[in-house]
Write a protein that binds this ligand. Structure first.
Ligand SMILES: CC(C)(COP(=O)(O)OP(=O)(O)OC[C@H]1O[C@@H](n2cnc3c(N)ncnc32)[C@H](O)[C@@H]1OP(=O)(O)O)[C@@H](O)C(=O)NCCC(=O)NCCS
Length: 182
Protein backbone atom coordinates (compact mmCIF):
# COMPACT_ATOMS: atom_id res chain seq x y z
CA UNK A 1 0.00 0.00 0.00
CA UNK A 2 1.38 3.44 -0.94
CA UNK A 3 0.82 6.52 1.19
CA UNK A 4 1.67 9.40 -1.13
CA UNK A 5 2.32 12.79 0.36
CA UNK A 6 3.27 11.56 3.81
CA UNK A 7 6.45 12.99 5.26
CA UNK A 8 7.11 11.55 8.65
CA UNK A 9 9.76 12.22 11.27
CA UNK A 10 12.51 9.70 12.01
CA UNK A 11 12.61 8.73 15.69
CA UNK A 12 15.19 7.21 17.99
CA UNK A 13 14.60 4.09 20.10
CA UNK A 14 14.74 6.10 23.35
CA UNK A 15 11.57 7.97 22.36
CA UNK A 16 9.55 4.74 22.55
CA UNK A 17 11.11 3.23 25.68
CA UNK A 18 8.44 2.41 28.26
CA UNK A 19 8.32 0.75 31.65
CA UNK A 20 5.55 -0.61 33.83
CA UNK A 21 5.68 -2.07 37.34
CA UNK A 22 2.86 -4.18 38.77
CA UNK A 23 2.38 -5.57 42.27
CA UNK A 24 1.04 -9.11 41.81
CA UNK A 25 -2.16 -9.56 43.81
CA UNK A 26 -4.31 -12.68 44.47
CA UNK A 27 -6.66 -11.75 41.62
CA UNK A 28 -3.75 -12.12 39.15
CA UNK A 29 -2.83 -15.64 40.24
CA UNK A 30 -3.87 -19.29 40.01
CA UNK A 31 -4.81 -21.53 42.94
CA UNK A 32 -1.12 -21.94 43.87
CA UNK A 33 -0.55 -18.18 44.05
CA UNK A 34 1.44 -18.05 40.78
CA UNK A 35 0.82 -15.34 38.19
CA UNK A 36 -1.53 -16.53 35.42
CA UNK A 37 0.09 -16.74 31.97
CA UNK A 38 -2.81 -14.84 30.40
CA UNK A 39 -2.42 -12.01 32.90
CA UNK A 40 1.30 -11.76 32.07
CA UNK A 41 0.40 -11.61 28.35
CA UNK A 42 -2.04 -8.79 29.12
CA UNK A 43 0.71 -6.78 30.87
CA UNK A 44 3.09 -7.49 27.96
CA UNK A 45 0.47 -6.27 25.47
CA UNK A 46 -0.04 -3.06 27.49
CA UNK A 47 3.62 -2.14 27.86
CA UNK A 48 4.21 -3.07 24.21
CA UNK A 49 1.40 -0.76 23.13
CA UNK A 50 2.93 2.09 25.16
CA UNK A 51 6.13 1.89 23.10
CA UNK A 52 4.15 1.70 19.84
CA UNK A 53 2.02 4.75 20.80
CA UNK A 54 5.13 6.73 21.71
CA UNK A 55 6.72 5.94 18.36
CA UNK A 56 3.68 6.27 16.09
CA UNK A 57 1.75 8.97 18.00
CA UNK A 58 -1.52 7.57 16.61
CA UNK A 59 -3.91 4.71 17.49
CA UNK A 60 -2.40 1.23 17.34
CA UNK A 61 -3.78 -2.32 17.33
CA UNK A 62 -1.94 -5.50 18.24
CA UNK A 63 -1.45 -7.60 15.09
CA UNK A 64 0.53 -10.40 16.69
CA UNK A 65 2.52 -11.54 19.67
CA UNK A 66 5.30 -14.04 18.96
CA UNK A 67 5.63 -17.11 21.15
CA UNK A 68 6.50 -16.51 24.80
CA UNK A 69 8.55 -18.73 27.08
CA UNK A 70 7.53 -18.46 30.72
CA UNK A 71 11.02 -18.92 32.17
CA UNK A 72 10.25 -18.68 35.90
CA UNK A 73 7.10 -18.42 38.04
CA UNK A 74 5.95 -15.12 39.53
CA UNK A 75 4.31 -15.27 42.94
CA UNK A 76 1.66 -13.22 44.67
CA UNK A 77 3.37 -10.28 46.41
CA UNK A 78 6.16 -10.07 43.80
CA UNK A 79 6.78 -6.96 41.71
CA UNK A 80 6.65 -7.45 37.95
CA UNK A 81 8.84 -5.06 35.95
CA UNK A 82 8.17 -4.79 32.22
CA UNK A 83 10.25 -2.79 29.73
CA UNK A 84 9.49 -2.20 26.07
CA UNK A 85 10.98 -0.36 23.11
CA UNK A 86 10.70 -0.26 19.36
CA UNK A 87 12.91 -2.70 17.45
CA UNK A 88 11.93 -1.57 13.96
CA UNK A 89 9.26 0.34 12.07
CA UNK A 90 8.11 -0.95 8.68
CA UNK A 91 5.29 0.66 6.62
CA UNK A 92 2.24 0.70 8.89
CA UNK A 93 3.54 -1.88 11.35
CA UNK A 94 6.14 -1.82 14.10
CA UNK A 95 7.94 -4.55 16.01
CA UNK A 96 8.23 -3.94 19.75
CA UNK A 97 10.42 -5.97 22.09
CA UNK A 98 9.29 -6.56 25.68
CA UNK A 99 11.39 -7.95 28.51
CA UNK A 100 9.96 -8.88 31.90
CA UNK A 101 11.65 -9.30 35.28
CA UNK A 102 10.32 -10.27 38.68
CA UNK A 103 11.52 -8.56 41.84
CA UNK A 104 11.10 -10.32 45.14
CA UNK A 105 9.89 -7.53 47.41
CA UNK A 106 11.58 -8.95 50.54
CA UNK A 107 14.92 -10.17 49.14
CA UNK A 108 15.12 -7.45 46.45
CA UNK A 109 16.33 -10.06 43.90
CA UNK A 110 15.60 -9.57 40.20
CA UNK A 111 15.05 -12.43 37.77
CA UNK A 112 14.27 -12.46 34.05
CA UNK A 113 10.91 -14.21 33.59
CA UNK A 114 9.80 -13.63 30.00
CA UNK A 115 10.50 -11.89 26.69
CA UNK A 116 8.25 -11.33 23.70
CA UNK A 117 8.08 -9.60 20.34
CA UNK A 118 4.84 -7.91 19.35
CA UNK A 119 3.73 -6.31 16.11
CA UNK A 120 1.45 -3.28 16.28
CA UNK A 121 -0.29 -1.67 13.31
CA UNK A 122 -0.97 2.08 13.28
CA UNK A 123 -4.48 3.19 12.40
CA UNK A 124 -6.36 6.50 12.30
CA UNK A 125 -9.61 7.23 14.14
CA UNK A 126 -11.56 5.65 11.23
CA UNK A 127 -9.58 2.42 11.55
CA UNK A 128 -7.60 3.01 8.34
CA UNK A 129 -3.97 1.94 8.39
CA UNK A 130 -1.48 4.80 8.45
CA UNK A 131 2.28 4.93 7.85
CA UNK A 132 4.60 5.14 10.84
CA UNK A 133 7.79 7.18 11.35
CA UNK A 134 10.96 5.22 10.58
CA UNK A 135 13.29 4.19 13.39
CA UNK A 136 16.94 5.24 13.53
CA UNK A 137 18.88 2.73 15.68
CA UNK A 138 22.04 4.17 17.26
CA UNK A 139 23.75 1.77 19.69
CA UNK A 140 25.14 -1.64 18.66
CA UNK A 141 22.28 -3.39 20.53
CA UNK A 142 19.66 -1.23 18.79
CA UNK A 143 21.23 -2.00 15.41
CA UNK A 144 21.27 -5.76 16.17
CA UNK A 145 17.58 -5.71 17.21
CA UNK A 146 16.76 -3.65 14.09
CA UNK A 147 18.40 -6.25 11.81
CA UNK A 148 16.86 -9.21 13.69
CA UNK A 149 13.38 -7.63 13.43
CA UNK A 150 13.57 -7.74 9.61
CA UNK A 151 14.40 -11.46 9.74
CA UNK A 152 11.50 -12.14 12.12
CA UNK A 153 9.13 -10.14 9.88
CA UNK A 154 10.09 -12.36 6.94
CA UNK A 155 9.34 -15.49 8.97
CA UNK A 156 5.99 -14.06 10.11
CA UNK A 157 5.04 -13.12 6.56
CA UNK A 158 5.92 -16.59 5.29
CA UNK A 159 3.83 -18.15 8.07
CA UNK A 160 0.90 -15.80 7.34
CA UNK A 161 1.01 -16.69 3.63
CA UNK A 162 1.11 -20.40 4.48
CA UNK A 163 -1.93 -20.03 6.76
CA UNK A 164 -3.84 -17.95 4.21
CA UNK A 165 -3.16 -20.53 1.49
CA UNK A 166 -4.34 -23.35 3.78
CA UNK A 167 -7.53 -21.54 4.88
CA UNK A 168 -10.79 -22.78 3.28
CA UNK A 169 -12.59 -20.27 1.04
CA UNK A 170 -15.14 -18.07 2.84
CA UNK A 171 -18.71 -17.96 1.50
CA UNK A 172 -21.31 -15.19 1.82
CA UNK A 173 -24.49 -16.39 3.62
CA UNK A 174 -27.33 -13.84 3.84
CA UNK A 175 -25.03 -10.89 4.45
CA UNK A 176 -22.68 -12.66 6.83
CA UNK A 177 -19.46 -14.47 6.08
CA UNK A 178 -18.86 -18.02 7.29
CA UNK A 179 -16.07 -20.49 6.55
CA UNK A 180 -16.69 -22.55 3.44
CA UNK A 181 -16.65 -26.36 3.50
CA UNK A 182 -14.37 -27.70 0.79
C1 LIG B 1 -3.66 -6.13 12.16
C2 LIG B 1 -4.56 -5.70 10.99
C3 LIG B 1 -4.74 -4.20 11.04
C4 LIG B 1 -3.83 -6.07 9.70
O1 LIG B 1 -4.69 -5.72 8.65
P1 LIG B 1 -4.65 -6.45 7.21
O2 LIG B 1 -5.67 -5.89 6.36
O3 LIG B 1 -4.56 -7.91 7.41
O4 LIG B 1 -3.32 -5.85 6.68
P2 LIG B 1 -2.20 -6.37 5.73
O5 LIG B 1 -2.10 -7.85 5.56
O6 LIG B 1 -2.30 -5.54 4.50
O7 LIG B 1 -0.91 -5.92 6.59
C5 LIG B 1 -0.79 -4.61 7.10
C6 LIG B 1 0.44 -4.54 7.94
O8 LIG B 1 0.28 -5.36 9.10
C7 LIG B 1 1.27 -6.37 9.14
N1 LIG B 1 0.62 -7.58 9.63
C8 LIG B 1 -0.59 -8.05 9.27
N2 LIG B 1 -0.85 -9.18 9.96
C9 LIG B 1 0.21 -9.39 10.77
C10 LIG B 1 0.54 -10.40 11.71
N3 LIG B 1 -0.28 -11.41 11.99
N4 LIG B 1 1.72 -10.31 12.35
C11 LIG B 1 2.58 -9.30 12.11
N5 LIG B 1 2.32 -8.31 11.21
C12 LIG B 1 1.15 -8.37 10.56
C13 LIG B 1 1.75 -6.52 7.70
O9 LIG B 1 3.05 -7.04 7.63
C14 LIG B 1 1.68 -5.09 7.22
O10 LIG B 1 2.80 -4.37 7.71
P3 LIG B 1 3.43 -3.10 6.89
O11 LIG B 1 2.30 -2.16 6.57
O12 LIG B 1 4.37 -2.48 7.87
O13 LIG B 1 4.10 -3.64 5.67
C15 LIG B 1 -5.94 -6.42 11.02
O14 LIG B 1 -5.75 -7.80 10.84
C16 LIG B 1 -6.69 -6.16 12.32
O15 LIG B 1 -7.32 -5.13 12.49
N6 LIG B 1 -6.64 -7.13 13.28
C17 LIG B 1 -7.30 -6.97 14.55
C18 LIG B 1 -6.41 -6.18 15.50
C19 LIG B 1 -6.95 -6.17 16.90
O16 LIG B 1 -8.10 -5.95 17.12
N7 LIG B 1 -6.07 -6.43 17.86
C20 LIG B 1 -6.42 -6.54 19.22
C21 LIG B 1 -6.50 -7.97 19.63
S1 LIG B 1 -8.12 -8.50 19.84
Amino acid sequence: MDFPGHSLPVRGVAESQSEMTELILPNDTNTLGNLLGGRLMHFIDLVGAMAAYRHARTHVVTASMDHIDFIAPVHVGDLLILKSSLNRAFNTSMEVGVKVWVENTIAGMHRHVASAYLTFVAIDSQGRRVPVPQLAPESEDEKRRFADAARRRELRQRELERKRAAKPAEVEVQGSVRPGRN
